[in-house]
Write a protein that binds this ligand. Sequence first.
Ligand SMILES: Nc1ncnc2c1ncn2[C@@H]1O[C@H](COP(=O)(O)OP(=O)(O)OP(=O)(O)O)[C@@H](O)[C@H]1O
Ligand SMILES: [Mg+2]
Length: 362
Amino acid sequence: MPSIQIKGLQKRFGALSVIDGLDLDMADKEFTVLVGPSGCGKSTTLRMVAGLEDASGGEIWIGNREVSRLDPKDRDIAMVFQDYALYPHMDVARNMSFALRLARYPKAEIDARVTRVAELLSISHLLSRKPRELSGGQRQRVAMGRALVKDASVFLFDEPLSNLDAKLRSQMRAELALMRKRVEKNMIYVTHDQIEAMTLGDRIVVMHGGKIQQQGSPSDLYRRPANLFVAGFIGSPPMNVLRGELSEAGGRLCVRGSGFDLALPDQRGAALAGRRDRAVIVGLRPSSIRSGATQDGASSLSVNIRLAEYVGAHSVLIADCGGEAVTIEVNSESPFASEGAAQFWVEPESIHLFDPVTEAAI
Ligand SMILES: Nc1ncnc2c1ncn2[C@@H]1O[C@H](COP(=O)(O)OP(=O)(O)OP(=O)(O)O)[C@@H](O)[C@H]1O
Ligand SMILES: [Mg+2]
């Protein structure tokens, strides 16, 4: 399987620039997820890779072939769209084998491929059913199967789970995660759902405003978001964002603001030296906020709890810290059923800092 390279890709619709110099390198057999808010250019990017949309500039390489100017059929690509349409009068096996029959593959080869892909997608028992006799999730799997039987070098998926209800979606997500370990193919998967991105991707590419904000493994993006946008987009509930100021007194490095004074790890001192007494944006994951006070009083986050949402194993506290909204995840066993003032602290290592002007991580 060849790798995929996108160099300086651009797309303009008239005066509107939608993709603005996108560079992407995908390793062989990598499952890459493009994720970002609605309208950020994910489908447009995918459609340019497929050849369904002309690029306004830049190059797309699959292996050692520049495909940017090739017809879709010559690009060696298979695509699954959001609104997959199965042929209603054909059973599952015939839906899946349609493209292979059209290309006049030998019958034995077609049967072998359909059998193998059906097993992969756990739809072997459905091969003789018609689409109307299937559930939404089963139809979705047939649509994927129809693409996976092909010989393509690259498989493209544009929000394939978006027509499914929440429960089916999470079930299909888990099945896809299992399936993709068994299918060793290059896959580019588009979604606006960060949980889908986190659970499926080897590599996640976060897009916003036609630009790549950051790319990396799910844990890279979660633990070291490159900027405020990625920090807020990846992780659920989203990261809390507070305005503060850096200070260093008596060798103690901390970040302070209205309602909080949090110690930072000593080793960050050198990197932050030039920012002493300057404004900074503080990012706190809801799950890294701990209840109670530190023994030495080194860190404190004073909040006013307005609401406790019981979710099961944990509860989500909706609170107020110095006038800014803060979300905190606590173990449901802990005593935060009610409203009112409470003390918390935050592990120094888990505090994120961002430049207030560029919004880049520091
Ligand atoms: N044919 C077109 N003509 C003009 N503008 C377009 C066209 N197709 C897409 N756009 C614009 O390009 C931008 C990116 O669209 P795109 O469909 O790639 O977004 P997306 O990231 O896939 O969003 P979603 O998550 O909603 O599917 C949007 O602002 C959209 O309005
Ligand atoms: Mg789209």
